[in-house]
Design a protein around this ligand. Structure first.
Ligand SMILES: [Zn+2]
Length: 438
């Protein structure tokens, strides 16, 4: 039996507003068994077979990246500063056409290495060759919420749906419960209502949820409006898509009525402020959604539109973007952004019974941030430090499911050099064949 003791840290459990105290955390077989303000009972200290020294460290739940396409790290900084459709049609899609399962495995491994080192313990992924993404999750020790991206228009619609079902049957609750599988209808503009209804029927039959892109750009909203006489959000609502667990990425262009629908139906919203800024998609109304108690998580989107997977940086940008956009420095306070990156993301992924907070009975996904650094001194408000002053590289220790995966800022058990070399080799091969017009 593995018994891990995290000693003497400043614990931020994210269970109650601003609850923060010094204490110990005791983990047994991957589960948090007890959190002890002050110190754990002496008999537990004696039983631990591994101890993490958390003095001068902030201990908090592992971060949840609520929306990404992990293997797109292979296309990081390869085509930037282009209009969205040119970026997709001339750069990303042609490069993606050459992807193999092995490429996706190594691209995902690169993303996992980057995310773990910056404190992300769970990520929601939508891509293809998802069995290889699941293998990367299993091999690395991270937690993954995986969906096969489904495009209803085009020749692969049926095969993709069959692959998503096969992925569910092979991997849902796999890797000791670290993998969950949802279905991944890509977006209303790539999945017509008839196809969406078939995806919904399959999700209901399997007892799982849907991960979809929604209302990301103004063009999407206008096109869907033209085609169906309704906005994307109202179109999905009219076919009752929100009557099951749904993770909706972006949700940038929403009317007040649509915001109320998403809040009321408990749709998980994955807010990706850096991707939205970089692709000039717009500013999602997250402050308004937050005030309506909507379920909101924070995501990076893929590394091709970010270009990193640092969720700590994403928190800061999320807060700053709302403040400048609304002309009000009081909106999106630090704690609310931190909630989005932890417990909010866990709720959006339908995983909050197991992760997202530090509580006895939950899985032991937690991170330790090194506070003994000039840019985190002096210590006033540690939550403000974390959201406004910290960086991903401040993460010292990462524990997922009770296993230490990062120690002293270094990956334990993953060969970082090999991962970077494999990714480099594959990225060159994939992009060499594509010629970008001036
Ligand atoms: Zn996306």
């Amino acid at each position: 039996m593995t018994r891990l003791l995290v000693r003497g840290g400043t614990i931020l459990p994210m269970t109650a507003r601003q609850d923060i105290f010094t204490g110990d955390l005791y983990i047994e077989n991957g589960e948090i068994r007890g959190i002890y303000p002050g110190a754990a009972p002496a008999e537990l200290v004696g039983e631990a077979n591994e101890t993490v020294d958390a003095r001068n460290k902030l201990v908090l739940p592992g971060l949840v990246n609520a929306h990404t396409h992990a293997a797109m790290t292979l296309f990081r900084s390869y085509a930037d500063d282009l209009p969205l459709m040119r970026w997709l049609e001339e750069a990303i899609w042609p490069a993606e056409a050459g992807l193999t399962g092995d490429d996706v495995y190594w691209g995902t491994m690169l993303a996992i290495a980057e995310m773990l080192k910056a404190g992300v313990t769970t990520f929601a992924d939508m891509y293809f060759f998802m069995d290889r993404v699941a293998a990367a999750v299993a091999d690395s020790g991270i937690r993954g919420h995986l969906s096969r991206g489904l495009v209803g228009l085009g020749p692969n619609a049926e095969q993709a749906l069959a692959e998503n079902e096969a992925l569910f049957r092979e991997w849902h609750n796999g890797a000791d419960g670290r993998v969950r599988v949802w279905l991944g209808p890509h977006a209303p503009y790539t999945c017509p209502p008839d196809y969406l209804k078939r995806v919904m029927a399959l999700a209901d039959r399997l007892g799982t949820g849907l991960h979809i892109h929604l209302a990301e750009t103004r063009t999407e909203v206008e096109d869907i409006q033209k085609q169906y006489g309704k906005s994307p959000t109202l179109l999905l609502d009219s076919i009752d898509l929100f009557e099951r667990p749904v993770l909706a990425a972006h949700c940038v262009h929403l009317s007040p009525e649509e915001q109320a629908i998403l809040a009321r139906k408990r749709v998980g919203i994955a807010h990706n402020p850096e991707s939205n800024m970089k692709l000039a998609s717009g500013v999602a109304p997250v402050e308004s959604l937050r005030r309506q108690q909507a379920v909101i998580g924070l995501g990076t989107d893929g590394a091709a539109s970010n270009n990193n997977l640092d969720l700590i940086e994403e928190m800061r940008q999320a807060a700053f973007l709302q403040k400048v956009h609304l002309g009000d420095p009081t909106v999106m306070p630090a704690y609310s952004v931190l909630e989005m990156a932890t417990v909010g993301g866990a709720r959006a992924l339908g995983w909050a019974e197991a992760i997202g907070t530090l509580e006895a009975g939950k899985r032991a996904d937690l991170i330790l941030l090194n506070l003994a650094q000039p840019h985190l001194a002096p210590r006033h408000d540690l939550v403000a430090h974390l959201v406004y002053a910290a960086r991903g590289s401040d993460v010292d220790t990462v524990v997922v499911d009770g296993r230490v995966l990062v120690r002293s800022g270094k990956l334990v058990g993953l060969d970082e050099e090999r991962i970077m070399a494999e990714a480099q080799k594959r990225a060159i091969r994939l992009t060499n064949t594509v010629e970008l017009a001036d």
